[in-house]
Design a protein around this ligand. Sequence first.
Ligand code: UTP
Length: 291
Amino acid sequence: MTSRVRKAVIPAAGLGTRFLPATKAQPKEMLTIVDKPAIQYVVEEAVAAGIDDILIITGTAKKALEDHFDRNFELETLLERKGKTEPLAEVIAIAEMAKFHFTRQGQPLGLGHAVLMAEQHVGDEPFVVLLPDELMVSRGGTVKSMVDAFETYGASNVALREVPMDEVSSYGCAATEDVADGIVKIPHIVEKPAMEDAPSNRVVMGRYLFTPDIFEYLHKTTPGVGNEIQLTDAMAQIANGSGLYGVIDNSGSWDAGQKLDFLRAQVELGLQHPELGADFAELIKQTAANL
Ligand code: UTP
C-alpha cells in the first residue's frame, strides 16, 4: 500500500428522495447553491486538501455530473468569440481542477455498495470518501486533518462531530478513546443507536479515509436495513481489524440533501460570496424588516 493519499471517491448515485420534486429529472448534486452546483463545493474541498484524482459514482439520470466536470468546446468557443475571458477561464478551470473519472452503480444498493464500485479504480491505495450532500464549513481543512492523521497512525479514520445526546440516534455513533488533541481511537461504531445505548455523543460526518482493506470488509457485509450494504457495518469490522481513528471537527456543515439546511446553505454561503455578499446582506435585512 502506498502512503500518499491522492484519490477521492464521491458517491453520487442516490435518488435524492428527500428533495423531490427538484430531483425528479436532475441529480440533487447539481442543485445550485448561490452560483455553483453543490458537488463543485465538495470537489473543491477535496482539491484543497491535496487530492488530484476524483472518482464520482453515478447512476441513472446523472449525466449532468459528467458534463459539468468535462470541457465544453461549444461553450468555450462562444465565450472566446464574445471576448468573455473571465467566465471562459472559470469553465475551463472546473474541468482541470483534478483528473475526473466516473463509474456507474447500476442499482442504488446503499452507500457501502457505492463505495465498493471504486475498488478497481482505487487499487492498493488509501483513499478519501466525501459525501456530496454534506458541505463542510472548514472547506479542505477537515480532509487535510484526516490525511495528516493517516500519515501519523497509518490506519483508516473518519470525521466525527459532537452533537447533543438527544440527536445521536440520527447518526452513526462512535465509541471513542482519546489519543491526541482532536484525535480518538474508535473501538466500535453503531448505526443510529437509541440515546440510552449510544456509546458517546460523537457522530460520523460524511468524510472518511479508508485503507484498501475496506473493500474486503464490504465484500463480506451482508445487506442490512432497507436491503442496502451499509458502510457503517464495514467500518465496524475495520475498527476490529486494521483499526479506525476519528478526527473531531466541530466547525460545522450544511446538509444540502435536506430542504431546510439547503436554504441555510444558500443564505450563509450567499453572505460569504465575494461579489454578491454585501448586496445579499442588504436584501436579507430588507426582507426581514418586512416580515
Ligand atoms: P443519502 O441516503 O443521503 O442519499 O446517501 P440519497 O439516497 O440520494 O437521498 P434520499 O435519502 O433519498 O433523499 C448518502 C450519499 O450516498 C450516495 C448518495 O448519492 C449520497 O451522496 N448513495 C446512496 C449512493 O451513491 N448509492 C446508494 O445506493 C445510496
